[in-house]
Design a protein around this ligand. Structure first.
Ligand code: PLP
Length: 382
């Protein structure tokens, strides 16, 4: 086996990293479609990292395979006016809206594309409600990969247009994400190709951990006290956890931050599971924040387990609070975020009373406001 392997987060069974290995075959044997994925695989680095580490030392695919598109490496804002307004001088915004396709998802797409290139695979297949899809299409265009995207009808127009502009094969599915996902998997079974279904391909979690390594570096080799993450499937949250865990495991950092999962009130399966002690029958989601609108959170078990283990928090915010946060963020800092991203900022307001004034607070801004103009219009009276 090589330096990097997969290990099942549930039973610990180890696997080689191969293109068709997605979940643990033991733990996923009784997997049903209306519960989160069982047996999510974590990438384990058995090599360690050098003292002068770079992000690539933590990733299972070498730098030379990454496509020529600058994913990640995003700025950490020091929003003076928001700091004054909230009374939090240690507030930072990690601006992942300035990724090449406008969302955080480029981190995962870049690693999946790099892996496909290394393995000589030229087609990537996925279902997505929007950002993961447009991201994979854009990164695929840079890499020269064929991308086949199953896009549910409800996706905001900008995300559809973006995917088409990038030259991908876009199949518009007149149904939900679950139906789109089933079609994508059926296509792979028949015609082949690498799956980039979020959560399902373990590299989607792995690619997202780079944000934590960057935050640590940008704070001057420091772990923040709090990281606010808007959460739907829980893949970003899991990735951020994996990043800080990787730093601790490598002996680079000595503790974990307190993570705050922020969910829309109308799509809060992970928060509910924490409260009720487990995942119950899915509740149809309904929120203005389309990117965190999820009935069955793919990485739900993983995310809930990490929140418990590392004493993280989960809060819910209403659609009104999300739209108010979007305007507050834009007018108070100059950062125009899509509703799902603004939800993280709404989470800060919800928890403000519990945060120490001197805390270092990082708010992850996961997508650009230009991704979904229709909901932004409402808040400015158009
Ligand atoms: C995907 C996404 C999220 C949520 O990520 P999950 O892994 O589904 O929890 C949040 N914000 C934006 C803009 C996204 O695209």
């Amino acid at each position: 086996m090589s330096d990097f392997i997969y290990r099942c987060s549930q039973c610990g069974r180890e696997y080689e990293i191969t293109p068709d290995r997605m979940v643990c075959e033991d733990c996923s044997a009784d997997q049903s479609a209306d519960e989160p994925l069982r047996g999510i695989l974590e990438v384990v680095n058995r090599r360690g990292v050098p003292a002068d580490w770079s992000i690539y030392d933590f990733l299972p695919v070498g730098r030379e395979w990454f496509p020529p598109i600058p994913a990640g490496n995003t700025p950490l804002w020091e929003p003076t006016r928001l700091r004054e307004q909230t009374g939090l001088p240690g507030l930072f915004l990690k601006d992942d809206s300035c990724n090449p396709t406008g969302s955080f998802k480029d981190r995962a797409s870049a690693l999946v594309a790099a892996y496909a290139r290394r393995e000589d695979i030229d087609r990537i297949v996925l279902a997505s409600t929007g950002n993961a899809g447009s991201s994979m299409c854009g990164v695929g265009a840079a890499a020269g990969l064929q991308v086949r995207l199953y896009l549910p009808a409800a996706a905001p127009p900008a995300k559809l247009v973006q995917s088409l502009q990038y030259g991908a094969d876009v199949i518009r599915v007149d149904g939900t994400y679950d139906e789109a996902s089933a079609q994508a998997m059926a296509y792979i079974a028949e015609h082949g190709g690498l799956s980039r279904n979020t959560g399902h391909n373990p590299l989607t979690i792995e690619g997202k951990k780079t944000v934590s390594l960057e935050i640590f570096r940008q704070l001057g080799d420091r772990v923040p006290d709090y990281v606010f993450v808007s959460t739907g499937d829980g893949v970003i949250l899991s990735g951020v956890y994996r990043g800080f865990e990787a730093l601790v495991n490598a002996g680079v950092a000595d503790h974990m931050p307190t993570m705050v999962a922020v969910q829309a009130e109308g799509s809060c399966a992970i928060t509910r599971a924490l409260r009720e002690g487990g995942f119950t029958a899915p509740v149809p989601s309904r929120t203005v924040a389309d990117s965190i609108s999820v009935d069955v959170p793919a990485a739900g078990y993983f995310a809930a387990d990490r929140l418990r283990r590392h004493e993280g928090r989960a809060v819910t915010v209403t659609d009104d609070a999300i739209l108010a946060a979007q305007t507050e963020l834009a007018s108070g800092s100059g950062l125009f975020a899509e509703p799902a991203a603004a939800a993280a900022w709404a989470g800060v307001a919800a928890l403000r009373g519990e945060l120490d004034a001197d805390a270092t607070v990082v708010v992850l801004i996961t997508g650009s406001g230009l991704k979904d103009i229709d909901s932004a219009k409402r808040a400015v009276g158009l």
